[in-house]
Ligand binder design. Structure first.
Ligand SMILES: [Fe+2]
Ligand SMILES: [Fe+2]
Length: 230
């Protein structure tokens, strides 16, 4: 698969599914940029021994994670207040709707253009699973959750937190990092979240400012807004 063509294909798929949301473009680009930085670090890790092809595939398909939201009514997607029980249940169907969409689309793509859809399917289906098994749609735990989905889960939540959406205000980077720390080993893979904070976020902050300014005070308490639909 040619990288440039594949990037364009995935971008078009992602945007055609979510084009009704103008904010989503920034979020998808943000997720892809952060995933690229994250994967550049993880590529060097002896623990995972990741192939170049797998690393590229995760970066490419990170834009597809919420493709299933195209099947969710806008009245639920952009509801400014908290979701009701049933609205939340509908919202939680978006990973499976996404897989369904991808499987249908993949039949239309010429054979051999995308070698394997497995990474994309795993990202879409499992990006809301949680390390402690309380996520959806399958309630998978720890390493049962494919690595690519554990990676995107961290990046997706972080990028969503720092952006303003119709249903939430933006969080500061310090608040978002504190949220990741608080949820290490609960929502997120503890090892991966550590690398993301130390190597991706702190180091890029260092590059920008030439000095480390992020701290994680223990007494820092963040209450998660009930309107946060992540
Ligand atoms: Fe999602
Ligand atoms: Fe997202």
């Amino acid at each position: 698969m040619h990288l440039v063509q594949a990037k364009e294909l995935y971008r078009v798929l992602a945007l055609s599914s979510e084009i009704h949301d103008k904010d989503i473009v920034d979020h998808l680009q943000g997720v892809q940029k952060l995933t690229e930085k994250f994967m550049a670090i993880l590529k060097q890790s002896k623990k995972y021994k990741l192939t170049e092809e797998y690393v590229n595939e995760i970066v490419l398909c990170s834009v597809l994670h919420d493709i299933g939201k195209s099947g969710i009514p806008e009245s639920i997607l952009y509801k400014p207040g908290p979701l009701s029980f049933f609205e939340r249940k509908i919202m939680e169907m978006h990973p499976l709707i996404g897989v369904d969409i991808l499987l249908k689309i993949s039949k239309e793509i010429p054979n051999g253009f995308v070698k394997d859809w497995e990474t994309a399917i795993n990202v879409i289906r499992y990006h809301h699973e949680k390390w402690d098994g309380t996520g959806y749609p399958m309630g998978l735990k720890r390493e049962q959750i494919p690595l690519e989905a554990r990676i995107i889960a961290i990046v997706d939540v972080y990028d969503a937190l720092i952006r303003k959406r119709s249903y939430k205000n933006s969080w500061t980077t310090t608040e978002a990092i504190a949220y990741l720390v608080d949820n290490k080993g609960i929502h997120f893979d503890p090892y991966l979240v550590e690398i993301f904070i130390e190597k991706v976020l702190k180091d890029s902050k260092k590059e920008q400012n030439n000095t480390v300014i992020l701290e994680f005070p223990n007494e820092y308490i963040i209450s998660r807004p009930s309107t946060l639909k992540k």
